[in-house]
Design a binder for this molecule. Structure first.
Ligand code: ASP
Length: 460
């Protein structure tokens, strides 16, 4: 076992049968497969552990900050073809990316046939999804040659309907049936097929979902998701210098943080593995000895700090509605929310007092219909006044550990008052998993610093 890894599955395996080999599904992101050098690291990782038997590659990502992802090149190329322009130059550039990898790995693999077919299918306008999927397809062909693992085309096992909606149960069935005969396989991420055989893709970053689906169908012990960071960090590294990593996080905590903008994994990648209680381990291809972050259904392990993570977003607006005796008026809240619903504006939070009610919305969404909303509220509930407060930021302080500890909110407020930050709104869910704090956009970064310091630096 790797040092320091809070490794639930190893423990599970020990409990079951010492001889039994675990099954791990390993997904590698674009930056992990951007060059021959990265492919070599990936092979070393896979060979270091026999249980890493089902591999899901992404398309080659950026080799450095200025580089372009192959998926983006494929979209560009297809759009040029559809606009009647020549796409030969971009297609040659894409081919070179793959040939550089093949040459760097000394593989005997010729992609001329594949690229002729791609060009032909572009001419036949086979679709943007088809175009985008070729990055994963070709990278997986290379990976299958390099590892000596069989190639299973995602088009045969990941199912969408005619309209391109993903079919979860059918996919689970197909994956189970198809993969039953394999001990090892390479399966491209990101795409699948419609009933007529044409290609459909998930949204961007969707190879994470493919990995999760394969892990679920195989009832894998662990879904390893290899990327270029050593897991989730307690706070955004663009705000906090070298934030500490999160060792273990529950699916629910992750959803709260992801919703507030913390992203390492595609949001929809959680659901398939969660359905089978399979943990996800986020790992770093460039630092394979780092334990990364374990994402689990639940854990009895005490978190290292009271909080698990902090995330936040700017750009909210509070619609503050005042009316004396609001509390006695049955249906007041419903009527107000109906106005937002009719304008198709989702609301984020809704703190209220005896005579006041605030509805927090995304500023940019709200601005398009703000006058309709204001007049709608006037007509619906005849308030004394409606006041708008824009340029607010919301910060979520998330942690399963908060339930067991008294004074978490008090510590947050003391930390913020210490740095002279005015709290505009507070909202704590009844699960006590998170506390949401509203501050001015301008105070956002300082507020994150203050909260991080009080929980991480002073709890060390
Ligand atoms: N290659 C696709 C993208 O760039 C999918 C993925 O990497 O997961 O979004």
């Amino acid at each position: 076992m790797e040092a320091g890894l809070p490794n639930l599955p190893e423990w599970r395996n020990e409990c079951a049968n010492k001889e039994e080999i675990m099954k791990k599904v390993v997904k590698f992101g674009g930056s992990s497969l951007a060059s021959a050098r990265q492919f070599k690291k990936v092979k070393a990782i896979i060979l270091a552990d026999k249980s890493r038997s089902f591999v899901i590659p992404s398309a080659p990502g950026k080799r450095d900050k200025k580089d372009v992802k192959v998926t983006d090149l494929l979209y560009q190329c297809y759009d040029a073809a559809c606009a009647g322009q020549s796409c030969k130059k971009i297609l040659d550039q894409i081919k070179k990316r793959f040939m550089d990898i093949i040459d760097g790995l000394d593989l005997n693999l010729n992609l001329d046939f594949e690229f002729d077919k791609i060009q032909e299918n572009f001419n036949r306008r086979l679709g943007r999804d088809y175009a985008a999927s070729r990055g994963e397809y070709l990278n997986s062909l290379i990976m299958s040659h390099y590892l000596g693992f069989p190639f299973v085309d995602a088009a045969d096992v990941i199912c969408f309907d005619e309209k391109g909606n993903f079919l979860v149960d059918k996919t689970n069935h197909e994956l189970k049936e198809h993969l039953a005969g394999y001990k090892q396989a390479v399966i491209p991420g990101f795409y699948g097929s419609r009933p007529d055989g044409t290609i459909a893709t998930f949204s961007r970053g969707g190879s994470d979902i493919t990995g999760s689906l394969v892990a679920r169908a195989l009832l894998a012990d662990l879904y390893e998701n290899w990327t270029d960071v050593s897991g989730f960090l307690v706070a955004d590294p663009q705000i906090i210098d070298n934030p500490v990593p999160i060792e273990t996080i529950t699916y629910r905590e992750l959803r709260e943080l992801a919703y507030m903008g913390a992203s390492v994994l595609h949001e929809d990648a959680i659901f398939p593995v969660r359905a089978e209680g399979i943990p996800i381990n986020i790992r770093n291809t460039n630092r394979p000895d780092d334990p990364g972050t374990m994402i689990v259904e639940n854990t009895s392990r005490k978190p290292r700090y009271t909080i698990t993570g902090i995330a936040g977003k700017k750009g909210f607006c509070a619609v503050n509605i005042d009316k004396t005796m609001m509390n006695t008026e049955i249906g007041f809240g419903r009527k107000v929310l109906e106005v937002f619903e009719n304008c198709r504006i989702p609301f984020e939070h809704m703190p209220s007092g005896i005579d006041t009610m605030s509805v927090l919305v995304h500023q940019d969404e709200f601005q398009e219909t703000e006058q309709t909303v204001i007049s709608g509220i006037h007509r619906a509930v005849h308030p004394d006044s409606i006041d708008l407060e824009s340029d607010l930021a919301l910060i979520a302080v998330v942690g399963r550990g908060m339930k067991a500890v008294r004074g978490t909110a008090a510590r947050i407020f003391a930390a913020l008052s210490h740095v002279n930050i005015n709290i505009k709104m507070i909202d704590q869910g009844s699960s006590e998993l998170n506390i949401i704090i509203g501050v001015r956009n301008d105070d956002f970064e300082n507020a994150i610093h203050a909260i991080y310091n009080i929980f991480v630096n002073t709890e060390l």
